[in-house]
Design a protein around this ligand. Structure first.
Ligand SMILES: [Cu+2]
Length: 167
């Protein structure tokens, strides 16, 4: 048995505990939040899942017919192919209030797809299919552009979604 420590020796231990416990509790809480988000709420990075052969896009649905397709009442699928240095299609018209499922890929190098002012901000990777969904609740011109530098014509890679009609 060791002799009992003097009372002062316990005080630093309390302070250490006050730092150590949160430094364990906070990362643990963050890990739990990530696990709940991924498995409980189904939140994943856009684009995980499907692959496609970039050399055979013209034979592979839905990329054999890029553009807008109505898939339900006020719901559309917008299929987009990015390549150096254009988007196909580069202009589409959708009715206001429409829910648009964007399905996109790249034919050659890594491109980006961003619609400023919205949550749409995607990477288009050759061989991968990237998906997201957006509802256009306000009419207007929504410009989209490539935001991954992809060569000398990068600045030419843009297009627009024209949201028209009355809500
Ligand atoms: Cu680009």
């Amino acid at each position: 048995m060791t002799a009992q420590q003097p009372r002062e020796a316990h005080e630093p231990y309390i302070f250490e505990l006050a730092w150590i416990l949160p430094s364990i509790a906070i990362p643990t809480a963050m890990l739990v939040a990530v696990i709940i988000a991924a498995f409980g709420m189904g939140i994943h990075l856009p684009g995980l899942g499907t692959t496609v052969d970039p050399a055979r896009l013209s034979e592979t649905p839905p990329f054999d017919t890029p553009g807008l397709t109505q898939i339900g009442p006020n719901r559309y699928q917008l299929t987009i192919i990015a390549s150096a240095w254009q988007f196909q299609p580069n202009e589409v018209r959708v009715p206001v209030g429409a829910q648009v499922d964007i399905v996109a890929t790249s034919r050659d190098v890594i491109h980006g797809f961003e619609i400023p002012g919205t949550d749409v901000n995607l990477m288009l990777i050759p061989g991968r299919v990237t998906r997201t969904t957006i509802t256009f609740s306000k009419q207007g011109n929504y410009q989209f552009m490539c935001h991954e530098y992809c060569g000398v014509g990068h600045h030419l890679m843009w297009g627009r979604i024209i949201v028209e009609g009355t809500p």
